[in-house]
Design a binder for this molecule. Structure first.
Ligand code: ADP
Length: 161
């Protein structure tokens, strides 16, 4: 049974993230979407809120587990006995950071490999931060995030169409 961890902030989850999960499920039997707790970076949504949105989205799919972790990703991988990390690539701009992280993680824990999946054409410009920015300014994010997330953004920020 192959298992991969898809770590990230997911603040909030977008259709770009969902696309990566669907692609990863072609290669792995099970995916753990792991929300990283970052004490230095307060998000728009709290970690329990992000986890709850994810739980609702994947309630029907027992191949996908939702969890959160704090501290080093490699310690979480050890704890879950996972040897694969999935990350998404949108553009060249993602590459440098992802390259550094993957190499650092490899140095810290040689038993795991990072697998990069390319986003679908419809989502290469979608990021959680841009979605939040557009929502804050009253723009429409329908089609970029699941409906439950659009609703949650509206509840949080008010006045979103
Ligand atoms: P982090 O703060 O760890 O980058 P994110 O939630 O922003 O967390 O992203 C998690 C992962 O998902 C990263 O590998 C990122 O490149 C990828 N990702 C984010 N948005 C998209 C998208 N639209 N298409 C493909 N991959 C994406």
């Amino acid at each position: 049974m192959s298992l991969a961890v898809y770590p990230g902030s997911f603040d909030p989850i977008t259709n770009g993230h969902l696309d990566i999960v669907q692609r990863a499920l072609k290669a792995f039997d099970r995916i753990i979407i792991a929300v990283a707790v970052n004490p230095g970076k307060e998000g728009l949504f709290s970690v329990p809120e992000r986890v709850s949105l994810l739980h609702d989205l994947y309630a029907e799919d027992d191949r996908v587990e939702i969890d959160s972790f704090s501290g080093l990703l490699v310690n979480y991988l050890r704890k879950r006995n996972a040897a694969a990390v999935v990350r998404g690539l949108r553009a060249v701009s993602d590459f440098e950071y992802e390259f550094q992280m993957a190499n650092m993680n490899r140095k810290l824990y040689g038993k795991a490999e990072t697998f990069f999946l390319m986003t679908g054409n419809d989502y290469f410009y979608v990021s959680s931060s841009l979605v939040k920015e557009v929502s804050k300014l009253g723009g429409c994010v329908t089609g970029l995030v699941p409906e439950s997330v659009r609703q949650a953004l509206e509840d949080k920020l008010g006045g979103v169409k």
